[in-house]
Design a protein around this ligand. Sequence first.
Ligand code: PGA
Length: 252
Amino acid sequence: MRHPLIAANWKMFGTLDGVQRYLETLIGHLQPGNPQVVVCPPYTLLPAAVMVATGSAVAIGAQSCHWEEKGAFTGEVAAPMLAELGVTWVVVGHSERRQYFGETDATAAARARAAQRAGLSCIFCLGELLTEREAGQTLAVLERQSAVLAGLDPTRLALAYEPVWAIGTGRNATPEQAQEAHTFLRQRIASLLGSDAAAGLRILYGGSVKPENAAAILSQADVDGALVGGASLDVDAFSAIIHAASGSSRAG
Ligand code: PGA
């Protein structure tokens, strides 16, 4: 069975005071049978977030990590440092990292391997640009971006299909577009990591997920959850998305 996973990507938003109140409210909204929930605030808020979330059903994730365990990499944070804090997840390869910070398929994969070595689970992001979709290249882009997943541990991995044109734009992929990409990615995982891995791997959709569109997107057979940016900053909106995913475990 694939248990749905709903993750919040706060990006560069949030305050110390706010993260505590947010998590207390979120934990209060969760019910048995809810999807797995991961909240990924900025690095500075991770210790406070872990402290509030410990013992609850909410796991805490970071938004990136470095590929080395330590070293002269000013400004970077290593995966074992995150693990030491009690962080259990990390997002890697987000399109904003690719667009603004020179992230490539290879560096994203190196970060994912480092995260897994430190015992963390990864949400590995991929997705096409608008120009690539319009040129009919979506599946070719996903094929290239996913090639680096070979060798990763599928038990500590989820994918997030995030079409770049849908991120922060209010223009989400249609449920059919998401399903097509997710089906393709599951086939890719079968050839890269084996059919058992493909059957059990959660593939999340990300890009303008809101309470109003979550149920339709999450109803697709290969959409196993969501990576939520803007709407995750509002605890009521994020809780509504979680509830939209409740009770939708899929046979793997
Ligand atoms: P969005 O962001 O929900 O604001 O579109 C999603 C993401 O960047 O992960």
